[in-house]
Design a protein around this ligand. Sequence first.
Ligand code: FAD
Length: 449
Amino acid sequence: MSTKKISISGAGLVGSLLAIYFGKKGHEVSVYERRPDMRKTTIDGGRSINLALSNRGWKALEAVGAGENIRKMAIPMYRRVMHDREGKLTFQPYGKDGEAIYSVSRGGLNARLMELAEEAGNVHFHFDEKCTEVDLDKGEVTFENYLSGEESKVQADMIFGADGAFSAVRAVMQKTDRFNYSQEFIEHGYKELSIPPGPEGKHQLEREALHIWPRGNYMLIALPNPDGSFTCTLFFPFEGNPSFAMLDTTEKAREFFQQEFGDALDLMPHFDEEWKENPTSSLVIIRCYPWVSDSKKVTLIGDASHAIVPFYGQGMNSGFEDCTVLNDLMVQYGDDWDTILQKFQESRKPDADAIADLAMRNFVEMRDLTGDPRFLLQKKVEKHFHEKHPELWTPLYSMVTFSHIRYSVALAEGKKQDAIMDKVMALPGIEDKWDSPEVEQLILELLQK
Ligand SMILES: Cc1cc2nc3c(=O)[nH]c(=O)nc-3n(C[C@H](O)[C@H](O)[C@H](O)COP(=O)(O)OP(=O)(O)OC[C@H]3O[C@@H](n4cnc5c(N)ncnc54)[C@H](O)[C@@H]3O)c2cc1C
């Protein structure tokens, strides 16, 4: 493989991981990031302080030897713990025994990936450099330095736009002929709050779990941090009743929390300041195509090409999986970059679309259905059948989270499973016979149709 000069715009999670992949292959890599070096300044998580990392993400990290290191800073979450309005808890395991999703710090993970990229030897990071223009044919990017105001032009054999949902690289591609693009802000936004550590730095809720307060059209969630705290996120409509617009004073917000999330509020001594000071952020779904410019010199990756809502915990995981797929193609096609990039976008686009749909679907499940006893019963039926016939049935959540099955295949399979479960749940007295041979037989028959 010949050495290429590669320029990456954006040193976020995906840009930094991509730099490791290219660096390890001996390419000459420059990464330009508009923010200061997060390793030297106070970490500005920006969007969500911690993230759920699952199998697709781990695979991409392990392939560059980063898995063990990151695992040290991750907390396994083995199950969902649902809190009702009275503070009563119900539980739902995420997968089979021992299967977990992992809470990791966004800033910690990003910083570690930058270090590993630099250790790869031929990767250089440039901070405070904002991409302002791209010449798609020449393969030239213009950066403006935030501190000096100076402009510089960088020529490269290949440019990767890993600059997130509001990508500057994509903005240039959007102006080209036949570039499809859609951007949808959902009606919900989010606000982060926190539960600090208890006495002796202990977690005040079950540590190895993701906590959910499902309330129909909205929800609060909490993920554990290693310091004993939890980061909580309220996903809530911007307008309507109830909404952020309605809770326009801390008193109103506090009263609402008292009513809806009383057990969480009891553990939030900084609620008033956080409600007032933390931003209310929006959530966007971005779809676009093609991801590769006609010149084949510029490629979009990660959120720049497919930003999704966070409800399946798959945005970063899918961006990391982009790196796995690209790496597999590099191994297969060596120096034939036209083929590598063409196959990358063709194979990845259906999966990006599928996870965008799955993520919206999981929002309904999390905020509404996890509080519904019939839904929990359905999950029990599925789990029971899966344990008896693992080769015939993998629950959708497990396909997305614990496997490497393509997202598009998981979505199609999930739709088939839904149709079957509709019939199973319609059986009279299903509550009493959910684990009976009759139910098992019915599922077997329906699977054969
Ligand atoms: C509330 C919330 C919770 C989430 N939870 C999860 C989760 O649990 N699990 C999960 O897998 N995903 C989650 N995600 C999604 C995840 O954050 C994103 O998918 C992931 O950060 C995408 O990585 P990226 O590198 O493509 O983009 P980003 O992380 O956005 O990185 C882009 C980088 O580019 C830089 N940049 C932007 N513009 C320019 C420019 N013009 N010039 C130079 N640099 C630029 C930015 O400063 C940034 O550093 C969540 C997202 C949100 C909003």
